[in-house]
Design a protein around this ligand. Structure first.
Ligand code: NAD
Length: 256
């Protein structure tokens, strides 16, 4: 069995990715997130798919928590083969009003946590000459939208980080790739729909069609299965020269 650690996996995209890995029955899964029912969510997946799991509520803003999560996972499962840096938050505001604490939280959770966790799993991956780092960036890792300065900076940052560790990992069988989704209907986006509808006095349907999906040629939210199965492929033994990429799964947004 291999072991995968997925941050922010008790909600949204992280949970969707965990389910696709659980279906393969080839992975122990380390769940993480701040949802109060995280342990229950992890236990439910373990029962449904007959796999072993662990849950940690390590906070992405606390490097010592992150190192402890990795140590606990290695103590339980012996190793970590795949790390998915997925936990992330969003905040939307014009730059002149952008709160400093929100900037710091976004950079800390979306970008700096990936640095700490990659560092923590690196030595083991290097020794075993196998590792897969998958970073959940965003279409906003490749292009910008107004009012999302911290988010766009964090996501462009993680694309650069991915490329760097791909180069450093190449001699040791470690690959690193970024997945860049368009809009996925998760709690993070549901909150944005509600906030934007309020801010612009629009209906939620208009926010979805006129503000969000208008950027995508395919006028559909990206599915969790699509992202999860891409991650399963990137984690596989066969995907060994595919490294340093930033892969848009964004309905053609970046083709324009
Ligand atoms: P979500 O809100 O459903 O899930 C986020 C997860 O991160 C939750 O489990 C939450 O508990 C966890 N988290 C947040 N802050 C944390 C912290 N300080 N410590 C530990 N865990 C923390 O969001 P989502 O839409 O599933 O987003 C997941 C990732 O995908 C994010 O990095 C996001 O930027 C990215 N993304 C989302 C979309 C989208 O449309 N939903 C598009 C592109 C990229």
């Amino acid at each position: 069995m291999k072991t995968i650690l997925i941050t922010g996996s008790t909600s949204g995209i992280g949970l969707g990715i965990a389910i696709e890995f659980a279906k393969t029955k080839q992975y122990n899964i380390v769940f993480n997130g701040l949802e109060p029912n995280g342990q229950e969510i992890a236990d439910g997946i373990a029962k449904q798919y007959g796999i072993e799991v662990m849950f940690s509520n390590a906070n992405m803003l606390q490097p010592a928590d992150l190192r402890k999560m990795v140590d606990d996972a290695v103590a339980k499962f012996g190793k970590i083969d795949v790390l998915v840096n997925n936990a992330g938050i969003q905040f939307v505001s014009p730059i002149e009003d952008f709160p400093e604490d929100k900037w710091n939280a976004i950079i800390g959770i979306n970008l700096t946590s990936a640095f700490h966790l990659t560092k923590a799993v690196w030595k083991g991956m290097k020794e075993r000459k196998f590792g897969r780092i998958i970073n959940i960036a965003s279409a906003h890792g490749l292009v910008a939208s107004e009012f999302k300065s911290a988010y766009v900076a964090s996501k462009h940052g993680i694309v650069g980080f991915t490329k760097t560790i791909a180069l450093e990992g190449a001699p040791f069988g470690i690959t690193a790739n970024a997945i860049c989704p368009g809009y996925v209907k998760t709690p993070l986006v549901e909150k944005q729909i509600a906030d934007q509808a309020k801010a612009h006095s629009m209906s939620e349907a208009d926010v979805v069609n006129k503000v969000m999906l208008y950027k995508q040629a395919v006028k559909e939210f990206v599915s969790l299965e699509e992202l999860g199965q891409l991650a399963v492929f990137l984690a596989s033994d066969v995907a060994k020269t595919m490294t340093g990429t930033a892969l848009p799964v964004d309905g053609g947004w970046n083709a324009q």
